[in-house]
Write a protein that binds this ligand. Sequence first.
Ligand code: NAD
Ligand code: DAU
Length: 340
Amino acid sequence: MKVLVTGGCGFIGSNFVRFALESRPAWRVVNYDLLTYAGNLENLAGVAEGGRYRFVRGDIVDKAAVKQVMEAERPEAVINFAAESHVDRSIKEPERFVQTNSVGAQVMLSLAREYGVRRFLQVSTDEVYGALGATGKFTEQTPLAPNSPYAASKAAADLLCRAACHTFKQDVVITRCSNNYGPYQFPEKLIPLMISNALEDKPLPVYGDGKQVRDWLHVWDHCDAIAAALERGKAGEVYNIGGNNEWENLDLVKLLLKHLGKPESLIKYVADRPGHDRRYAIDQTKIARELGWQPRYTFEAGLGETIAWYQANRPWWERIKSGEYRKYYAEQYSSVAKQG
Ligand code: NAD
Ligand code: DAU
C-alpha cells in the first residue's frame, strides 16, 4: 500500500514515518511537508530515500502542488498530520492556523477524492472538545467547543471531514489524541522545553498556577493507534486516543526536575496563557473495544527514555534553540513575564 503522509518532518509525523517503515513492510511512504519552522529533515536522519520512502517538499494549501504529488504518486491512503500545532503561536497569528489547518485539510480532502484515494485519515486533537472541569472525560460524543484559534482551526477541519463523508460518501476517519511526548518534539512544547531549559540551567516558565491538567501519551503509542484506525477503523468514525495518564503541569515539571537532578528553584511562574484550557482527559473506550488498541508505554518508561533522548541528542535541540526559534522565545517569554 502506498501512503501519503503530510507533515512527516514534524514531531509526530516523523515518528510515524519511522513507525510505518519499521512495522508495515508492505507500505511505501511518501512524505509531503512544507518544512516550516517545525519541520526538520534531521528528524528523519537515517531514513533512506528511494525504495519504500520518498520526501516531497510542498504546501498542503497549494492545490497545484498537491495535485502534482497525487498525480505522480497515486497514493491509496492519505494521513494528514500537517498543521500549525502550537497553541501559543495561534494566539499571536490565528490566520496562519486557519490557512494550514482548515483550508489545507480541505485541499487535501478534495484532491484525495479527485484521485480516488481509498481512505483519508485526519489527525485531529482532543482540544476540539474544549476544556473539562475537575471530573469527566471527553468521549466521541462530546460536543465540539474549541477555545483557542488552534483548536478552532482543527475543529473546522474535522467538520469539513464530516461533510465530505456525508456529501460525497468519501471514506474519512478522524482520530483525536491527547498530548504526546517523545523524541523529536519541537522544544516549544512543555516537556522538551522544560527538559532542555533545565539541562541549560535556565528558568522553567510555568503558566498561571500550574494546576492545568493534561493527559500524556507516548508518541509511538499514538502512531500505533493511527495505523490501527487507518487499517481497521470504520469510515466516517471518530476515534479518541489517550494515555489515561493525567498530570498537573506543575507536578510534571517537578518530576522532570527530579529525574534530571535539578532544583525546583528553576521553576518560574509567568502570566497564564489567554483562554488556557484547564483540563483535558480522554475516554478511549471506543478504540480499545473496537480496534483492540491499548498504549504500550508506561509513563515511567516513556518519560525516562524521552529524557535520555534529549540528554543524548543535545545538538539536535541546541541547533533549534540557537536558530530562528530564539526570536520567538524572546518575544513569547518576555511578554508573559511582564504581564505576570
Ligand atoms: P509539528 O508542529 O511538530 O509538525 C507539523 C509539521 O507539519 C511540520 O513538519 C511542518 O513543516 C508541517 N507543515 C506545517 N504547515 C504545512 C503546510 N502548509 N504544508 C505541508 N506541511 C506543513 O506538529 P506535531 O506536534 O507533530 O502534530 C502533528 C499533528 O498531530 C497535527 O495535526 C496536530 O494538530 C496533531 N496533534 C498533535 C498532538 C501533540 O501533542 N503534539 C496531539 C494531538 C494531535
Ligand atoms: O491535547 C493535544 C494538544 O497538545 C495538541 O493538539 C497540540 O498540538 C499540542 O501542542 C498540545 O497542546 P498544549 O497546549 O496542551 O501543549 P503545550 O506543550 O503547549 O502545553 C502543555 C501545558 O503546559 C499547557 O497547559 C500549557 C503549559 N505550558 C506550556 C508551555 C509551552 C506552560 O505552563 N509553560 C510553557 O512554557
